[in-house]
Write a protein that binds this ligand. Sequence first.
Ligand code: SF4
Ligand code: SF3
Length: 542
Amino acid sequence: MFCFQCQETARNTGCTVAGVCGKKDNVANLQDLLIYVVKGLSVVRINLGYSNDAIDKYIVDALFTTITNANFDDQDIISKIKEGLALRDQATPTCSCGCSVDLPDCVTWKPENDEEIIAKANSLDVSVQATENEDIRSLRELLTYGVKGMSAYLHHAMVLGYDDKELHKFIRKAMASTVDDTLSGDDLTAFVLECGKYVVDTMALLDKANTETYGHPEITEVEIGVRNNPAILISGHDLKDMEQLLEQTKGTGVDVYTHSEMLPAHYYPAFKKYDHFVGNYGGAWHTQKSEFESFNGPIVMTTNCIVPPAESYVDRIYTTGVVGYPGLKYIPVDENGNKDFSEVIEKAKKCAPPKQIETGKIVGGFAHNQVFALADKVVEAVKSGAVRKFVVMAGCDGRHNSRNYYTEFAKALPEDTIILTAGCAKYRYNKLNLGDIGGIPRVLDAGQCNDCYSLAVIALKLKEVFELEDINDLPIAYNVAWYEQKAVAVLLALLHLGVKNIYLGPTLPAFLSPNVANVLVENFGIGAISTVDEDIEKMINQ
Ligand code: SF4
Ligand code: SF3
C-alpha cells in the first residue's frame, strides 16, 4: 500500500505498511482500485459520450467511500468495484473494428474473478506511485482529493434530493484527466484551480439543500451534559439520517445526542421540535473510543470519521451510508431513501443511560443567515475598533498532540479578535469560554466543515459592506487546520474565491511535491504554521 491522502500519514510522507488511521494494506489497495474504476468510468463517459444517472451516482458514492475514516471493509469495497465494472462495461460499446485499442487500461481491464480483482488492487498499476514524475503525481492526487471532498458534499446534497449535472460533469472530467498522459503540469494545475470553483458550487448546493429542508441555522445553546434515559449517539455529517432517527425515536423513551460533526444539527430549526434531542456528547472524532465506551448506548456512524472500534462497544456501533467496517451492523437505505433504525432503538432500550463526562453548554449556529441578522452589530463593532480582526480557524481536528497549537492559539488571541469556525477543528477551543465582544461571542461556529461556505458568504458580504475591491483587504486572517480530503476541497474553494495568505497546519500535505507547494506559496501565499507567538504576530499584529 501507499497512501498519503491525509494529514496524519506516516512520517508525513506516506503510510506503507498499514494506515495510521487503521486502514489495512489490502483495504488501502482495494480503495486505490475503486478509484481506478472511477477513472475508467469517467473516461468512458467523456470519450464515448454516454450519459447515465446511475454512473454519476456511483462515481460520487465511490469517491466518498475512499475518504479517510469512512470505509474499512474489504468486502464492501470489492462489491463496489464489481458494481462499477458492471456499469463501465454496460456503457462501453463493443465494436469489432478495434476502436477501443486507444482506451486506457482503467477502461479495458476485465477481471475474471475475485482473485484477479485482489491481484489488480495489489499491483502498481492502480497505485498512487504508478505516476513516476513527482509533480504530475502530486497534481493528480491534489485534484483527486479535492474531488473526493467535493463528492462527499455532493452526496449529502443528493440524499436530500438536490443535484446539478455540471458538478458531475466536472468530476468526470477531473478524474479522467488523472489518467491522461498528454496533460502537462500546467494543464493539471488549471484543473486543480477549476476544482475550487466547483467545490464552491457544491457547497452552495448543499447549503441550499440543508437550509431549504431544515431551515436556517440559528443561535443555539447546546447542552453537553446528559439526562438519565437510555440514548443513541449519532455522528458524521448526514442530516437526513439525523431527521429519520429523531422521527423514529419520538415517544420511545430513548434520547438522542450528537457527536463530533453532528453537533450543528442542533442549530437547525427543524430539529429543535424534538424534546428527546438532548445535546452533544464528547468532542471531535479522534476522542470517540473513550466517549463511545462511556456513552453506554448505541452509536450510529453516518459518515466519516469512524475509527477501528474498541471491544467495549463493538456490539453497539452501527454504520450506514458509505461507512463500512468489517463485522459491524449496517443500516441500509430503501429505494425511497428511508432507513429503519428500529434495531438501534431496541438496542438502546437495553443499555444504561450515558455516563456524564462534562457539564455546561456550547453556543453555535452562526451560519450566514444568522450572522447577517447580526450584521449591524458586527459592522459597528469593526468600525468602532471593538473587533480588530476575525480569524478563520475552520477545518478538521486530529489525534496529534501538535494540534494543541490550536487551543493555545485561540487562548493567546487578543480579546478584540473573533474566531470564525466550521468543521470539527472547533473542538480544540469551543469549550474555553472565550467570552464575547459587545454580545458577539468570540467563537462563531457556522456548523459542519461544509458550512465553510457560510464563512465565505460572510466574508463576501463584509467586502460589500465595507466597499472593498479585494477580499484580502478585510480584517480576516486564515489559520486553517486540515486532516482529510474535505478540507483539501475547502482549501481549493478558498483559493478560488481569491483568498490569499492562508496558514495551513499542523503540517503541509505530504502529497504536495516541493514544486507544487512552491506554486501555492508563490501564487497564493499559503504558508505553514510555526509557533503560537510568531503566528499571532504575523496574522494579527501585522
Ligand atoms: Fe495513512 Fe491517512 Fe491514508 Fe489512513 S488515510 S492510510 S492515515 S494517509
Ligand atoms: Fe472532522 Fe472527520 Fe474533517 Fe467534517 S469529522 S471535519 S475530520
